[in-house]
Design a protein around this ligand. Sequence first.
Ligand code: NAX
Length: 328
Amino acid sequence: SNAPVKVAVTGAAGQICYSLLFRIASGSLLGPDQPVELRLLEITPALKALEGVVMELDDCAFPLLSDVQIGDDANTVFDGVNLAMLVGARPRTKGMERGDLLEANGAIFTAQGKALNDHAADDVKVLITGNPANTNALIAMRNAPDIPQHRFNALTRLDHNRALTQVAQKAGVPVTDVTHMTIWGNHSATQYPDLFHTQVGGRNAAELIDDQAWVEGDFLPTVQKRGAAIIEARGSSSAASAANATVEHMRDWVQGTPEGQWVSMSVPSDGSYGVPEGIISSFPCTVSGGEYSIVQGLEIDEFSRGKIDASVAELIEERDAVTSLGLI
Ligand code: NAX
């Protein structure tokens, strides 16, 4: 049988991981023939709760789960890992300014970037879910100079999936009919879900729906503010859907995207579509052989250009803020 793939997950006692770990261990990430070893990182006060989660993993008797190790030292937990899913982050609490939030997360992602740099396997792929995801990914990437930059991604797949379902419901079709969705920019309320390249049953979604008032007044704000709507309804932030998106992003990054399709991934910009090099921004991507490529040659109209530029401007602001804090 195959040697186990070592998968590191941080924030392992938190709510996203309460779904995520079970999905990984059951084979949703790497398929039904690939054993996995979980390496779970938490802060010291959460280790006891994490032990309880490990008891539940044990109690599932997952055939593919070869081993589980837990700890509060990134250097040990990340040793030899092939995949790293960085979910744990410092949430914004009452009275916290944006700078405080970036600084608190900076401390986490500088340390975890260095630990990955020094201890992860040579083929490591790193996906950041913890918010502010794009900028946390930038911090980790810049603190891991020996790992190729393209191995650092941030999660905008949840936004992508949210947008797919909004379009499917509007068009009255199954979600599988909706393809070529793109989230551009930052995982934040400035993100731009682009309908102009989306297809519904092979037809252009914007033309088929033909309702710009719905696009601007309903579709965009619903997708952009979905996180807040979930909190309002559920009393806590999206967890199972965030875990699902984290699995799907990493699964596609490892196993590839279907021929003729693309997905949204936040990746280090190479300057495509006028997004400045170096920031980690969401693009339409295909994956083959474990390497992603940004889809090239899409026409961007004036409406989309303005929306992409606004979200990119926010990413540049965040980059400048963490630069002046000395985090990158
Ligand atoms: P929870 O607060 O339930 O769990 C976070 C866990 O991370 C806690 O158990 C905490 O102890 C741990 N942690 C904190 N610092 C750590 C460190 N230095 N090393 C290891 N673990 C550490 O949050 P949860 O709901 O699971 O969300 C986790 C993160 O995902 C948050 O930052 C959240 O904002 C972000 N999200 C990102 C989404 C995305 O689409 N990119 C969507 C969902 C979610 O909002």
